[in-house]
Design a protein around this ligand. Structure first.
Ligand SMILES: Nc1ncnc2c1ncn2[C@@H]1O[C@H](COP(=O)(O)OP(=O)(O)OP(=O)(O)O)[C@@H](O)[C@H]1O
Ligand SMILES: O=P(O)(O)OC[C@H]1O[C@H](OP(=O)(O)OP(=O)(O)O)[C@H](O)[C@@H]1O
Ligand SMILES: [Mg+2]
Length: 285
């Protein structure tokens, strides 16, 4: 049986989360520092540890079948690969930033300015669409240093918390794109490999659903059941079980992580008691 080759970042911002995702999918992998290839003992997959910049090219060529990397690298390299699924980690933005004491008006500020970046392709496309002429200085890293050493007037780089900009005397003025980790695939996978990708995707879906949802249990007075149920969507609809105490019921359901604080406040206001919120290990819709 053939194995699916998955490329992940060897060491960097994406490495740990990529391995964790595979582990959460029940895929066992033994890792050691120096080994650049490894196989899973319980899933038909081989893992290649690579520089993230190289992953689009390898996936296009079929050296790797699928890969995990930032959308920013996928756009920058512009290789012919299929984007399968966003993965919800490594969230960041690609931004234009300038020295903090400069007065910024609008995009025309950048006319004829020199901008340092590791993302020349994305940047060139952006300014071409805006019909603004800029000079692009491509550098491999430590981009934030460029204005202070006289290499460029501005930078175009990854921003997350903004602390790198701040400590280097820069301020963000334009967000060009937002990015997160994504799963990409070769465009011509054979039937067998596509089957393995589908199995992997099914597991990723279950892992992601479980992290985005909470299981909640609560006790509610029967006269408020209707109003409380209206607040709780559930996978189909909530489960209602009578309590030993007359006039009360227990409600079980699943709610979205990002709405549960709002909903819980409303549930309490309607007289709900003994509210338990539990992590979901896996969730299959
Ligand atoms: N500060 C950040 N916060 C969130 N995500 C980030 C941050 N910096 C980078 N990323 C995301 O993680 C990816 C990898 O970042 P990293 O800094 O590890 O890359 P790299 O230095 O190019 O690594 P490599 O050695 O593999 O080429 C980026 O392409 C981006 O998608
Ligand atoms: O807005 P912040 O939270 O400060 O994050 C932004 C910084 O993070 C990334 O670099 P990283 O720390 O990964 O180092 P690298 O340049 O060596 O890749 C990126 O290149 C920025 O410099
Ligand atoms: Mg890189």
């Amino acid at each position: 049986m053939s194995k699916l080759k998955i490329a992940i970042q060897k060491s960097g911002r994406l490495s740990e989360k990529s391995l964790e995702l595979l582990k959460d999918c029940g895929i066992k992998i033994s890792t050691s520092n120096r080994k650049l290839r490894t196989e899973s003992s319980n899933f038909p997959i081989e893992i290649l540890f690579l520089r993230d910049d190289d992953i689009p090219q390898y996936v296009e060529q079929g050296v790797a079948d699928i890969g995990i990397l930032g959308e920013n690298e996928v756009w920058e390299k512009a290789k012919k690969v299929k984007q399968i699924r966003q993965l919800g980690f490594a969230d960041c933005k690609l931004c234009l930033a300038i020295p903090k004491d400069e007065v910024y008006t609008n995009l025309s500020y950048f006319q004829d300015k020199k901008i340092a970046t590791s993302y020349p392709h994305i940047l060139r496309k952006f300014f071409q669409e805006k019909e603004i002429n800029v000079k692009i200085e491509e550098i491999g890293g430590s981009v934030e240093i460029a204005p202070s050493i006289g290499l460029a007037n501005a930078i175009f780089d990854i921003v997350s918390t903004g602390s790198t900009l701040l400590t280097n005397g820069l301020k963000q003025v334009v967000t060009v794109v937002e990015s997160q980790a994504v799963l990409i695939s070769n465009k011509n996978l054979d039937f067998e490999k596509q089957g393995i990708v589908n199995r992997l995707l099914f597991r990723i879906e279950a892992v992601k659903q479980s992290s985005e949802n909470k299981y909640i249990l609560l006790n509610a007075p029967n006269e408020k059941l209707e109003e409380i149920i209206a607040l709780l969507p559930g996978m189909k609809s909530p489960t209602i079980l009578p309590l030993a105490q007359e006039g009360w019921s227990s409600i079980h359901t699943v709610i979205k992580e990002d709405t549960f604080w709002d909903i819980i406040e409303q549930l309490k206001a309607l007289g709900a008691e003994g509210i338990l919120v539990l992590e979901i290990e896996k969730m299959i819709l």
